[in-house]
Design a protein around this ligand. Structure first.
Ligand SMILES: CC(=O)SCCNC(=O)CCNC(=O)[C@H](O)C(C)(C)COP(=O)(O)OP(=O)(O)OC[C@H]1O[C@@H](n2cnc3c(N)ncnc32)[C@H](O)[C@@H]1OP(=O)(O)O
Ligand SMILES: O=C(O)CCC(=O)C(=O)O
Length: 389
């Protein structure tokens, strides 16, 4: 069936297919233990992630057993396994009990000619053959259009409509090299959306720091599914981060992806530990410092009303605002810090102590501890005054 080119369909739901256990684990140097893979799957499932890509059965007997042990967990989430379009991959994929087999083929001429050493007609024939075989075997099928962002739009549409005619339920549009921007992503996904009536999964990479933006643009253009990874793990610069997509979809598009956002910090930590890839302090949503405030004007505003400097409530993540004293603090923040030590400061004293705090931070590059604050206070006391501690 051919869609009318305009208007662009606007889905009201966006199904997350988390690929931490497949593309995430493809991060160079990362290997999860079997237990780590099962724990990550269990936590993603408990958080409500509706789909997850759990591995590549063709990697051999050990990985196959691990994949089987995950499908045997009987998760609520639908499981997907990744396979090339070749006999051995399909055979392995069919034995592991996954809900969806994802059959991947290169869509760009450069990959077709130089990697596969084939041509477009071979790709179409191969796609027809393997999708029909998988569907006949009774499985749900998704088709991966690798390097779609360097492929010809008309050929992509042909691949997608062939996949659908053969019984596939979805195509994955892979920006394999992370070369798109949101405007181009929107144009391309809208063109594919207009050409075919099949679910479209956006699979964005973060080489230019645009994976989340491109995933959101794809949603606006009619994509129905999104590949994500926890902490944005994945090949090279990674994929669109699960936590960013969940929160951005909620706050920018009013779409609930069905994932409990309070579970995201724990899952982030779990994956950081298992991958050996620590999360940067300023990493959106889950970074340790993203709800920590030092600047005087911000802290003053937050103290008066959190909404003055809050885009979304950190409680959605089970987190809260934190303030620290530092070089950029103001007197209101200083007063509050001393209130917590049981001391009420006059404005003048707060300003004096602020100067002391600034020179401390300038010398040591660290926030003052409660003991430092007490010491600074004592330094300001007139001779003979009663010491509060
Ligand atoms: C963009 C992506 O992320 S795609 C997913 C990539 N993931 C991985 O590669 C991680 C896991 N990979 C592996 O364990 C191994 O690479 C395996 C098991 C898949 C394959 O291993 P090997 O058979 O030893 O082959 P190797 O990886 O060296 O080469 C890839 C082969 O697959 C072919 N191939 C690549 N993509 C496809 C495809 N979509 N369909 C069919 N064949 C393909 C290549 O042309 C090459 O075949 P050739 O030997 O005829 O030249
Ligand atoms: O599933 C596919 O075909 C694409 C796989 C992938 O990880 C990518 O292209 O980045």
């Amino acid at each position: 069936m051919t869609r009318q080119p305009s208007p662009v369909a606007r889905p009201t739901a966006f199904c997350i297919n988390d690929t931490t256990l497949r593309d995430g684990e493809q991060t160079a140097g990362v290997a999860f233990t079997d237990d780590e893979k099962r724990s990550i799957a269990a936590e993603l499932d408990a958080a409500g992630v509706p789909e997850m890509e759990i591995g590549i059965p063709a990697m051999g007997p050990r990985e196959l057993e691990l994949i089987r042990s995950i499908t045997a967990m009987r998760l609520r989430a639908h499981t997907m396994v990744w396979a090339r379009m070749c006999e051995s991959d399909l055979a392995a994929a069919l034995t592991c009990g996954a809900d969806i087999i994802h059959l991947s083929i290169s869509a760009s001429d450069i990959q077709i000619q130089r990697k596969l050493k084939r041509d477009r007609p071979w790709v179409l024939t191969t796609l027809r053959h393997f999708v029909q075989r998988a569907v006949a075997a009774g499985t749900r099928v998704s088709v991966g259009l690798e390097d779609a962002s360097r492929a010809d739009d008309a050929f992509l549409a042909q691949l997608a409509s062939t996949a659908q005619a053969c019984g596939a339920e979805r195509v994955r549009y892979a920006d394999t090299l992370g070369i798109l921007d949101p405007f181009e992503t929107h144009r391309r996904i809208a063109a594919l959306r207009a050409a075919v009536d099949i679910d479209i999964e956006i699979h964005a990479h973060n080489d230019l720091g645009l994976a989340t933006a491109n995933t959101l643009a794809a949603f606006r253009a009619g994509a129905t599914h999104a590949s994500t990874t926890v902490n944005g793990l994945g090949e090279r610069a990674g994929n669109a981060a699960l936590e960013e997509i969940v929160m951005a979809m909620r706050h920018l598009h009013g779409v609930d992806c069905g994932v409990d956002s309070r579970a995201l910090p724990f899952i982030s930590e779990l994956v950081a530990q298992a991958s050996g890839r620590p999360v940067a302090a300023n990493k959106s949503i889950v970074g340790d410092a993203v709800f920590t405030h030092e600047s005087g004007i911000h802290v003053d505003g937050l103290l008066k009303d959190p909404l003055t400097y809050q885009g979304f409530d950190p409680a959605e993540l089970g987190r809260s605002h934190r303030t620290v004293l530092g070089k950029h603090s103001g007197s209101h923040g200083v007063m509050v810090a001393y209130e917590q030590l049981g001391l009420h400061l006059s404005n003048d004293l707060a300003r004096l102590l602020l100067e002391r705090i600034r020179s401390h931070v300038g010398d040591t590059k660290r926030s003052p501890s409660p003991d430092d604050l007490k010491r600074f206070y004592l330094e300001q006391l007139p001779a003979g005054a009663t010491r509060p501690f």
